[in-house]
Structures are given as structure tokens and as C-alpha cells.
Design a protein around this ligand. Structure first.
Ligand SMILES: Cc1ncc(COP(=O)(O)O)c(C=O)c1O
Length: 393
């Protein structure tokens, strides 16, 4: 290990040199099965030929033009992305670089919508305890986990964290005189794969609609097909039995399959809120990212593909539940949290030695976010390694 980098990450002792499908290879040629896909980023694994080709071809045209102009590839990507998010109620998109940036944009849209319609003082954004929304000062303020706040205040004001799952608390928190938006992950990722209940999201959709409070979903980890629908919240129903529709959705991570990108999508109500001068991003709408994103959307956004994700996820969770020393396994599709009887980080280290890459959600929770191209055989291989490690511990 070296000491060039700021000490921001606990790193495992490995240096990777190449990847192929669901595998990564270190500098000594050792092969590792990747059950984390770079924390939900490499949706189609490593070195996926159509993705590589699209990036290479775009790189030969141009890398970047500024947002004074549009490009053919970014227009095509935006159109397909809005189409993919249309079942969730989305109409327009702003393209940026990362999840935190997308969430900042989401908060700006919510605040401006409320200010223009209701005036000063109605700017609070309600988020859930256990949520994770990013590392900038504002997205940290949105994040409902105190461990990330220590040492970095003062934060952007106007965020209220409430416990998820408690409809009375939600009702009390959503004060129409003060609150601009309710922002949440349908399935919390960083805090251990915690899905919201149907009742909770149904109540949230109803209360938000009645009070003109914007319903905002952070789909950065759980979106892009990971749970078997393009957006995870699509699987929840409103009081009329129809899929829930949002006002604002954010995406990043796997959006462009490993090329940095983020997006804020806006539903009808807020699609015209931002005007020239309100918001921007130098690298937003990057043509290489858009070329990659087009391949991701063309590949992933299909019923058969989603069905396959669901089937693989069911296989994975069934096999995990049958393992010894697993206290609980939960999740949807290829987004799975596993509580084990010992600390997860040392477990990751021993898994690495055995050639398996896992993720941790802190404490005793392991997190699995494999790429969508993982095969049944690879699932069995990974489960075999986890089983041996659990038996040995
Ligand atoms: C749900 C969620 N929101 C936001 C973020 C922040 O994304 P980024 O690291 O791209 O800023 C993350 C990253 O883990 C996330 O999981």
C-alpha cells in the first residue's frame, strides 16, 4: 500500500490490473469474483464488449463540448433515460457527474418550486434516518446518519431526519407550511439494504400529493434495474393500486456503467422550475458517458432483462438464507444485505484471500450488489466461498 492518497478509505490489500465479465484480476494475475460491482456501478461487469466499443467510438469523435451546445449522443441518451423513467412519472432530465451532485440538484429544484409557489420559509426537506445521500455539505445534511456528520458542520440548514416506517411521524413531519419535499431511498443501501414497506410509501405518496410536498426518490443505488424494475419505487403502489409516481428522481452509480455520471429527473410539476443560469455542470452531459449510458439503457431496460435480474436475485437470496450462521438476509433483485454473527470488514478480508469481492454496510452486515451479467455458476461459486468462510468462523 502507498501513502500518496488522503486517508479517506479503509482499503483492502489488493491492486487490480484488469477485469473481464464478473471477474477482476490483480497485478499478480490472481482472479477475483466480483460480488460488489464497484458498489452498484459496473452493471454489465467488466470489459463488456458493446460498452467498450461505444466508449472507444465516441472517444474518436470528441470527448467533450460545453453546455452552450448539444450533441447527438447526449440527446439520444437523454431521450432514452426519460423513457426509462417515464413509468415513475419523469419528463425531463439534468445530467451531471455524480450522485451527490444529482442530489444537490434535486434539493435546488424542490426549494425553488416551493419558494416560487408559497414564498419564504417552506424549504425543509424531510429525509429518513439511516439514509445516505452523499458527501457534500448539503447532501451530508440530507443524510440521516450522524456518524457522517461529525467534524463537518455547520451544514446547510433545512433538513429534518425522521425514522422510516413510522407513518405518524411522517404525518407530523410533513408540515405543508414548512416542507418542500420528502426525499428517500425506496431501499436504503449504505445502511444495510433496508427496504421501505408498501404501507409507508403508500402513505408518503398520499400525504405528499395532498399537501403539495414533492415526492423525491434517491435511486442512486437501488435504481437502474437493480431490483428488477428500472426504478425501485415503481414496485410500490399508491392508494389506488397504481405504481407510485414521483416528482423528482436522482440516478448515478451504474447510470453509465462505470463512466462517471449522475442525473436528476423531474416530473410534470417541476420540469420547468430551473431556467438558464439556475444550475449547471462543466462535465454534465459528457458525450463519452452518454455513449456508455445508451448501451446500458439499450441492454438493461427490457422486461426479459429485469425478469432475469429478479430470478438471479431470488436464487442468490434463497441460497444465502440456507447458509449456516446467517442471522438475516433481505433485499430485492440483486441488492442484498446479509447479517452475520461477526464483523463484516474482517470477513471481507478473508473473502478477498479466497478470491471473492464483497461489500460491507458496516457492523455485521455484508452487502451484495453483483453485476447483472453474473451467471448461476458464478453465484454458486461465490456462495460456496461464503459458506466455507461462515463455517470456518
Ligand atoms: C443512495 C445514494 N445516494 C447518493 C450517493 C452518493 O453518490 P456519489 O458517491 O456518486 O456522490 C450514494 C453513494 O453511495 C448512494 O448510495
Amino acid at each position: 500500500m502507498n501513502n500518496m492518497f488522503m486517508n479517506t478509505y479503509n482499503r483492502l490489500p489488493v491492486t487490480f490490473a484488469k477485469g473481464e465479465g464478473a471477474y477482476l484480476y490483480d497485478v499478480n494475475g490472481k482472479k477475483y469474483l466480483d460480488f460488489g460491482s464497484g458498489i452498484a456501478v459496473n452493471l454489465l461487469g467488466h470489459n463488456y464488449p458493446p460498452l467498450v466499443k461505444a466508449v472507444q467510438e465516441q472517444a474518436q469523435k470528441f470527448f467533450h463540448v460545453c453546455n452552450y451546445y448539444q450533441t447527438d449522443v447526449t440527446l439520444a441518451f437523454a431521450e432514452k433515460l426519460i423513457e426509462a423513467c417515464a413509468p415513475g412519472g419523469m419528463k425531463k432530465v439534468f445530467l451531471g457527474n455524480s450522485g451527490a451532485e444529482a442530489n444537490e440538484g434535486a434539493c435546488k429544484i424542490a426549494r425553488k418550486y416551493s419558494l416560487k409557489k408559497y414564498g419564504e420559509g417552506r424549504h425543509t426537506i424531510v429525509t429518513l434516518k439511516g439514509s445516505f445521500h452523499g458527501r457534500t455539505i448539503t447532501t451530508l445534511a440530507a443524510t440521516g446518519q450522524d456518524k457522517f456528520h461529525k467534524d463537518f458542520g455547520p451544514f446547510t440548514e433545512g433538513f429534518l431526519h425522521i425514522p422510516g416506517g413510522d407513518i405518524n411521524e411522517l404525518d407530523k413531519a410533513l408540515d405543508p407550511k414548512k416542507v418542500a419535499g420528502l426525499f428517500m431511498e425506496a431501499i436504503q443501501g449504505e445502511s444495510g439494504i433496508v427496504p421501505q414497506s408498501q404501507e409507508y410509501l403508500e402513505a408518503a405518496a398520499k400525504l405528499c400529493a395532498e399537501r403539495d410536498i414533492l415526492l423525491m426518490f434517491d435511486e442512486i443505488q437501488c435504481g437502474m434495474g437493480r431490483t428488477g424494475t428500472f426504478l425501485a419505487f415503481e414496485q410500490y403502489k399508491d392508494a389506488g393500486g397504481n405504481p407510485i409516481k414521483a416528482d423528482i428522481v436522482t440516478l448515478a452509480k451504474g447510470l453509465c456503467g462505470g463512466i462517471p455520471a449522475g442525473a436528476v429527473l423531474a416530473g410534470e410539476k417541476v420540469s420547468e422550475v430551473l431556467v438558464p443560469g439556475d444550475h449547471g455542470s462543466t462535465f454534465g452531459a459528457n458525450p463519452i458517458a452518454a455513449a456508455a449510458g445508451l448501451v446500458i439503457l439499450d441492454t438493461v431496460n427490457k422486461p426479459d432483462f429485469f425478469n432475469n435480474i429478479k430470478l438471479k436475485g431470488e436464487k442468490l437470496i434463497t441460497e444465502i438464507k440456507a447458509l449456516p450462521k446467517v442471522k438475516e438476509a433481505r433485499g430485492k433483485g440483486l441488492m442484498i444485505g446479509i447479517d452475520i454473527e461477526r464483523e463484516s470488514w474482517p470477513f471481507l478480508q478473508t473473502a478477498l484471500e479466497k478470491g471473492l469481492l464483497l461489500l460491507s454496510s458496516g457492523g455485521n452486515t455484508l452487502r451484495l450488489l453483483p453485476s447483472y451479467i453474473i451467471t448461476d455458476k458464478e453465484i454458486e461459486q461465490g456462495i460456496g466461498i461464503i459458506k466455507d468462510l461462515l463455517n470456518a468462523g
